[in-house]
Design a binder for this molecule. Structure first.
Ligand code: GDP
Length: 182
């Protein structure tokens, strides 16, 4: 029986989630891929990925999105994680300034290992926790402008901007891929 894994698609893209531990990467992915949210942190360690099919015009895109699944807690993410990735969602937690300050380190790593025309979307997650906010929206915007990234604030918990964030990345990748195949 055919399943979504085997389904014909016009493009298959790999994209990665990166950012400090506990910023919400897994929950962003489970929202996007399965529309689920989990209050606890995930139990497993190791790379995981999920697929979702996206229709763009007359093309069917299969986005394969990788999650670090806790690897960053113990050691540096290996270069194979980034290999072949055309997009990245770089996530910080708007309630923990340290996760924002570490973004430069993540960008450095991305630029070292990833393709130079990678589409990067910066996400300030946990926007629902306004009472404990430590990074304001203007700071995220200004870093994105400086580093030439797309930007939005998200809440995986309340499902705000999650779909938009992934679609922005996939749309950006699709645009580059279709220019190349002209
Ligand atoms: P990861 O280590 O970056 O993959 O982070 P997780 O997805 O495991 O999330 C870490 C913790 O933050 C979990 O307890 C989640 O329930 C919580 N969390 C994730 N996203 C949000 C969000 O948008 N809002 C709130 N309030 N909590 C979140």
């Amino acid at each position: 029986m055919a399943n979504s894994f085997q389904e014909e698609c016009d493009y298959l893209f790999k994209a990665v989630l990166i950012g400090d531990s506990a910023v919400g990467k897994s929950n962003l992915l489970s929202r996007f891929a399965r529309n689920e949210f989990h209050l606890d942190s995930k139990p497993t360690i190791g790379v995981e990925f999920a697929y979702r099919n996206i229709q763009m015009g007359d093309k069917l895109i299969k986005a394969q999105i990788w999650d670090t699944a806790g690897q960053e807690r113990f050691k540096a993410i290996t270069s194979s994680y980034y290999r072949g990735a055309l997009g990245a969602l770089l996530v910080y937690d708007t309630t923990r300034r340290a996760t924002f300050e570490n973004l430069k380190k993540w960008l450095h790593e991305l630029r070292e290992f990833a393709s130079p025309d990678m589409v990067i979307v910066l996400l300030g997650n946990k926007s629902d926790l306004s009472h404990s906010r430590e990074v304001n929206v203007e700071e995220g915007q200004s870093l994105a402008q400086e580093e030439n990234l797309f930007f939005m604030e998200t809440s995986a918990r309340e499902n705000v901007n999650v779909e938009e964030a992934f679609l922005q990345m996939v749309g950006g990748i699709f645009e580059i891929a279709s220019q190349k195949s002209l």
